[in-house]
Write a protein that binds this ligand. Structure first.
Ligand code: FES
Length: 150
């Protein structure tokens, strides 16, 4: 009921806006840190859209999560320059160490692993964003430490 009430309030704030779906989704995401699945039917009904349509927009925009993020969010760069200096092996190490794939969160809620595509830190790759902070020259050792302190 809390989610529905909050979503109704957000919808109310955005009433009359042209093309309200994205602003509404951003507001819901900002409020909860993800878009709770139970928000989708409320949003779809209020904006006279299909649920599949709303789901489609959520999954198209990678910045939207459907589940709560872990305490630490590690986003590894998967673009070319970083790949050339070991990002692929680093990603494999991260997935092994955490036992999860991209866009997943460890069962204990400690770490979420996500991909990004170039952070403008190509000169000091492999690069990552750790809780929104850019980090260069990430090694498997750095990663283990980030996981251990999450
Ligand atoms: Fe990774 Fe540019 S390719 S930061």
């Amino acid at each position: 009921a809390t989610v529905t009430a909050a979503v109704h309030a957000i919808l109310h704030d955005h009433a009359g806006l042209e093309g309200p779906l994205l602003p509404v989704l951003h507001a819901v995401h900002a409020r909860f840190g993800h878009i709770p699945p139970e928000a989708v039917p409320t949003i779809a009904d209020a904006l006279a859209l299909g649920r599949a349509e709303v789901h489609g927009v959520i999954s198209f925009h990678h910045e939207f999560r459907s589940t709560p993020a872990g305490r630490r969010v590690i986003r590894l760069c998967r673009a070319e320059a970083c790949q050339a200096v070991g990002a692929r092996a680093l990603a494999a190490h991260a997935r092994d160490r955490l036992g999860i794939g991209w866009n997943q969160t460890t069962e204990d809620g400690a770490v979420t692993l996500e991909a990004v595509y170039c952070l403008g830190l190509c000169a000091c790759g492999p690069a990552a964003l750790v809780d929104g902070v850019p980090v260069g020259r990430v090694t498997p050792g750095t990663l283990d430490q980030l996981v251990a302190t999450a």
